[in-house]
Design a protein around this ligand. Structure first.
Ligand code: FVH
Length: 289
């Protein structure tokens, strides 16, 4: 059998995402070692050729790249603190979702133990790993990224943002904030449509097309925000306040709580009360700072 030249990888954490990452590496012929706090989650991976280890120390003592994909910041420390003295000279990628300052803290902690740290934000759900459309955003050690970019591209499109370990996480959470607002808007709309007997799935098809079309305006809105050109808008804050007022009345009439649209209405109401009703909707950005 031909000897593999692929860099070995060790995955710490075999939740849904860790299993998807490990399975994708194995499929691509990457020598993969796996560890999980709770035993028994590695059965399929072992059958696919992974090496299973029982302790974090054994996992760290393997060759190659270490990838942590655990629940949260605290679980990364709970896993790695006891083996910190084994990390010197190693390269660690943390794909656990952590807040930007938590990623920076981990980068500093890793550096203090002689470990080169790259942080990553996964923009995908487990079934998307290894498929077109998945991406992972990275920041922190350029050396780790450049050394392993080919391996990382097996998982998802890999993009590097810079040396600040918190940058990828900031992108990740900002994108998730936009996603949750979109999901909330869909749920609100679906609740309104329920009042007239329209199934949520049918509304979902219509909402997907509408929201996709509206999202095309984001780059333009971004330019308006970056240049703070809020005067002479196509649609003013007062215009959008009237729309939000009407949506709120319609929601109440449909016995749907306006809780989801209320924060946007509050921001618009405040600007109108402050005499800014003629400015463009994008000026609402300034209310968030
Ligand atoms: N799944 C997804 O759709 C999202 C997509 C975007 C990125 N996230 C983040 O990826 C991290 C892992 O997510 P996951 O889906 O694998 O999560 P779980 O299936 O809940 O598995 C969690 C693993 O973490 C282990 N763990 C939890 N606490 C500890 C601890 N104190 N010490 C050691 N390990 C810990 C847990 O182990 P066990 O409960 O099986 O023993 C799992 O391996 C996450 O940051 C997402 O936000 C995924």
């Amino acid at each position: 059998m031909a000897e593999t030249t692929k860099t070995p990888v060790t995955i710490l954490g075999l939740g849904a995402m860790g299993q998807a990452l490990a399975a994708t590496f194995l499929k691509a012929g990457v020598p993969t070692t796996v560890w999980n706090r709770t035993p028994g989650k590695d059965a399929d991976l072992l059958a696919a050729g992974a090496v299973g280890v029982a302790t974090v120390a054994e996992a760290i003592d393997t060759e190659g790249l270490i990838i942590a994909v655990l629940l949260d910041h605290a679980s990364v420390h709970a896993t790695l603190d006891p083996v910190a003295d084994r990390l010197a000279g190693r390269q660690l990628i943390n794909l656990t979702s952590t807040a930007p300052n938590e990623a920076r803290e981990l980068a500093g902690w890793a550096a203090g133990h002689g470990c080169d740290y790259l942080d990553g934000g996964i923009m995908a759900v487990p079934p998307m790993i290894g498929q077109p459309g998945a991406s992972i955003l990275y920041s922190g050690s350029r050396t780790v990224f450049d050394t392993h970019v080919e391996t990382l591209e097996l998982l998802a499109a890999a993009e590097y943002f810079g040396g600040d370990a918190g940058l990828a996480s900031t992108y990740d959470f900002a994108l998730l904030a936009a996603m949750y607002a979109m999901f909330g808007g869909f749920l609100h709309g679906a609740a309104m449509m329920r009042s007239v007997g329209v199934p949520a799935a049918e509304f979902g098809r219509r909402a997907a097309a509408w929201v996709s079309a509206m999202a095309q305006s984001f780059p333009h809105q971004g330019t308006v925000i970056d240049t703070a050109t809020y005067i002479d808008p196509i649609q003013s804050i007062a215009f959008h306040k009237a729309a939000l007022d009407a949506i709120t009345r319609a929601s109440r009439d449909a016995h749907v709580t306006p809780d989801f649209v209320a924060p946007m209405k509050t921001l618009l109401d405040r600007q109108v009360a402050d005499g800014r009703g003629t400015l463009g909707f994008e000026r609402t950005f300034e209310e968030l700072l």
